[in-house]
Design a binder for this molecule. Structure first.
Ligand code: NAP
Length: 267
């Protein structure tokens, strides 16, 4: 079987380096290109602490695509540059698998149009951790059977936004599965403001920020005489790699734009 020719954009970043290692190890993929604004000219295998890959880091994505002829670009760069990377890749007929955050609704519409014009496919996935996607799906399944639920998300202390995007998405999925959460029957008083967390239509969300944590979430359902807890822990950036690998292998068979890895997993 022909190997899938993969270019990694943002190859020297924290996630990009994991993608490079994953592609180098996967029997069905061949690393053909590596683009970043750091470490230009160095062998990307050496940069990530693996064996030499015979692929130098390049600074210009358009040139790298023209010379290396990838079938798929994986992008983990920054919100400021990701749309230009997507335009360049799709414009050259290269399928894209994108984990970089900051892509807006209007960006998604533009990407959909680019895919149609150039005949390339795109997966834009805010979360590549398969376990986190399953946690959300299980929570939506459980929502029908429990009237009350609270979500606790826990992250490292450098995270800028609260609550996490994953916790908001989880609450939305729970609400979509069963409508509003039940009103609590007792009137309660917050003696310290905010101690009951934030609230989305009856679903309480709590954000914990501490050094030592990475990315964790608990969804706790309460019913009469029983508690159901669904918990997911991302312990390292490797947790995203099975999802990225799955996306690279499926992207060529999924025409147009797909938003969310869950569609590759469950549809
Ligand atoms: P990072 O360590 O900052 O890596 C980004 C890399 O891209 C850096 O090496 C950066 O260089 C490079 N870069 C910046 N501009 C570039 C350009 N014009 N061309 C080529 N390379 C460029 O960030 P990270 O932690 O790996 O995260 C990357 C993105 O993925 C973020 O948006 C993050 O939120 C997202 N993310 C998504 C998921 C998911 O599951 N979807 C999971 C984790 C992270 P400089 O350092 O010089 O800027």
């Amino acid at each position: 079987m022909e190997k899938i020719r993969v270019l990694v954009s943002g190859c020297c970043g924290r996630v990009g380096q994991e993608v490079v290692k994953m592609v180098m190890k996967d029997a069905h993929m061949q690393l053909v290109g590596a683009v970043d604004q750091n470490q230009i000219g160095k062998d990307i295998g050496v940069v990530v602490g693996a064996d030499a890959a015979g692929v130098p880091v390049e600074g210009n994505l358009a040139e790298a695509i023209a010379n290396r002829k990838p079938q798929v670009m994986v992008d983990f760069t920054t919100p400021a540059v990701v749309m230009n990377n997507i335009r360049t890749a799709i414009g050259a007929g290269v399928h894209v698998v994108v984990g970089t955050t900051g892509i807006s609704q209007s960006d998604l519409e533009e990407i959909r149009g680019l895919c149609a014009v150039h005949g390339a496919n795109a997966l834009i996935a805010p979360n590549f951790a398969v376990g986190a996607l399953l946690m959300m799906r299980f929570a939506a399944m459980a929502a029908k059977y429990f009237s009350q639920v609270e979500i606790i998300e826990l992250h490292h202390d450098r995270k800028l936004d609260a609550p996490s995007g994953t916790s908001i998405k989880t609450a939305e999925m729970i609400l979509a599965a069963r409508g509003e959460a039940a009103e609590r029957s007792v009137g309660e008083e917050e003696k310290i403001k905010g101690v009951r967390g934030g609230e989305m239509n009856g679903v309480h969300l709590h954000s914990v920020r501490l050094p030592g944590l990475i990315a964790h979430q608990e969804v706790i359902f309460g019913g009469e005489g029983q508690i159901l807890t669904i918990r997911h822990d991302s312990l390292s950036r490797e947790s995203f790699m099975p999802g990225v690998a799955l996306a690279v292998k499926k992207i060529m068979d999924r025409p147009g734009l797909t938003y969310g890895l869950e569609h590759f997993l469950f549809d």
